[in-house]
Design a protein around this ligand. Structure first.
Ligand SMILES: [Ca+2]
Length: 531
């Protein structure tokens, strides 16, 4: 982890020297340039986040179910991370990891419990490091945002239509579909930002989260769509009895009338009914994804129109993986590939165009990356590593070759049993502690994870399988030591208190325009705006 320190520090030092040179030149030119010039060397950063967007639902990642021309613009003009993972595949823990660069057991958010806003995190460091910071959209951390000059966030999960937002000390609503409103707010943030600082904007969509309520134009676009089925839609889970049979995130059994929004045709049953449910759910899911892609198009067009594209890094990811029928599932949580993988694409100054880094990266790396790109040091407390060298097209020799994962929320939604595990380039080992069960997969010969090598006792006893199992267990234990995971939240009685849904008790301002909403998003000590 040594070059985590030397990279940013070396760049910071060269930045300081450059800044001194710039300042001495600028001082001769007059006081105005002396203020404005140094900041030009630091890029603006926009991080666009969505909720539950599968990597396989982006055409740049080879989607066979949709096209995403605007997300593809980031991939074509920048970097597409092929092996991008999350460390705990649900919403609130992922958001805490995004801010802190830490695993759940370190940042104190293993499940849907409140984040402690007094903790050190990346937005605070960017703010004190000279950035104008903004947080817009889905927050879902329970506490009031800290470290942001302006914030306007959805309460809890938020609503798709005419959403309510929370701003400092107040709440308000904005007419429209939440995806359109979110990008409108982002553009207004850019339009009204102070011009003497670089900016850092977190623009977080609610979509495409359940219950998948798309805007009308995209609903119409997918209304009759026939969506290819994944080859494991009717998987029988035969070699994986520990957690799959009792989980409640199946297409066949667990989609509700509220999810499907239509009655199935009379007389449909068995596989035909499951296939109908899959298609119905995917139509709305993909229509919500399309709204997010449209919003990215509007944002990128705005950056082009305003001459900001050359100075602005745009990064896109999602808070967790997502099952689009693989293994018969929807939702996330499981460490199987669809749950573990997330999109990660980035474009902007200093990022090599058209590259597809294959190194293993994870959401613990995002906070260190933002700091490094801003020329700020990465603290030792962050467990991830800056992706800046990979974005430049470099291949550090000591990059990690395995990923550690841990899911806690059990008992919890969907009866998905708690588990942890390790993934390497070729294999995956998953441990279900409450079931005293293991699953081991060869990802090269079995990419859909249908053949647990430890299920059949005869196969498990084969010397090569036993050796593989021992090696993967050793790697798992090594990662637990490296990341200081002592299993502290394995017992639900130890989960930290505090929920993440609902508001912060602000004064209601009623319906407001996007412009008024961004004005109200500014932290201030003065009187509230006129009622
Ligand atoms: Ca999510």
């Amino acid at each position: 982890m040594n070059d985590q320190r030397t990279g940013p520090v070396a760049r910071l030092m060269s930045g300081v020297i450059g800044l001194l040179v710039t300042m001495s030149v600028a001082a001769a030119a007059g006081p105005e340039s002396a203020v404005a010039a140094p900041e030009r060397s630091r890029p603006n950063i926009i991080f666009v986040f969505s909720d539950d967007h599968a990597q396989r639902a982006i055409s740049a990642y080879g989607s066979v179910v949709n096209r995403t021309p605007h997300l593809d613009r980031l991939a074509v003009g920048g970097a597409r991370f092929v092996n991008s993972f999350v460390t705990n595949s649900i919403c609130t823990p992922s958001r805490a990891t995004l801010l802190t660069g830490q695993y759940s057991h370190i940042n104190g958010v293993p499940v849907f419990n409140r984040f402690d806003g007094a903790r050190d995190h990346v937005a605070k460091r960017l703010q004190t490091g000279g950035y104008h910071t903004g947080m817009i959209g889905k927050w879902h951390l329970g506490c009031e945002p800290t470290g942001f000059d302006r914030w306007i966030v959805l309460p809890g999960q938020g609503a798709y239509r005419n959403p309510t937002f929370l701003v400092p000390g107040r709440s308000l609503s904005i007419r429209g579909h939440v995806t359109d409103v979110t990008v409108d707010l982002g553009i207004e943030f850019l339009e009204t930002r102070p011009r003497d600082k670089p900016f850092f904007l977190m623009l977080h969509h609610k979509a495409p989260h359940r219950a998948w309520e798309p805007d009308e134009r995209n609903r119409a676009r997918f209304r009759e769509a026939v969506i290819p089925e994944p080859e494991t839609l009717f998987d029988d889970w035969r070699t994986r009895p520990a957690a799959l049979p009792e989980n409640r995130q199946t297409i066949a059994r667990d989609l509700t009338p509220n999810d499907l929004k239509q009655q199935p045709p009379a007389g449909l049953g068995g596989r035909e009914l499951t296939a109908w449910k899959y298609r119905r759910y995917m139509q709305d899911y993909l229509a919500c994804v399309q709204g997010v892609d449209d919003a990215m198009g509007r944002l990128l067009d705005h950056l082009d129109e305003k001459g900001l594209a050359d100075d602005t890094i745009v990064i896109y990811s999602s808070d967790n993986g997502w099952f689009m029928g693989e293994l018969g599932l929807y939702d996330k949580r499981f460490m199987y590939e669809p749950g573990l993988r997330v999109p990660l694409v980035a474009r902007g100054p200093g990022i090599r165009a058209g590259i597809a880094p294959e190194q293993f990266v994870a959401n613990i790396d995002l906070a260190p990356t933002f700091l490094d790109l801003a020329g700020l040091p990465v603290p030792d407390s962050m467990q991830g590593r800056s992706l800046a060298p990979l974005l430049r097209g470099e291949a550090p020799a000591d990059w990690r070759t395995s990923i550690y994962y841990r899911y806690y929320h059990d008992p919890g939604h969907h009866d998905t049993r708690q588990h942890f595990g390790v993934r390497t380039a070729t294999h995956k080992l998953i441990r279900y502690p409450t079931k005293n069960a293991w699953e081991l997969f060869d990802l090269t010969s079995d990419p859909h994870e249908q053949h647990n090598l430890l299920h059949d006792a005869t196969e498990a006893a084969r010397p090569e399988v036993a050796a593989l199992f021992a090696g993967m267990r050793a790697e798992l234990e090594r990662l637990q030591r490296e990341y200081h995971d002592d299993g502290r939240y394995a017992d639900p009685a130890t989960w930290p208190a505090g929920g993440v849904d609902g508001g912060f008790g602000g004064k209601p301002l009623g319906e407001r325009t996007v412009r008024e909403a961004i004005a109200a998003a500014t932290l201030m000590d003065g009187p509230p705006p006129a009622e």
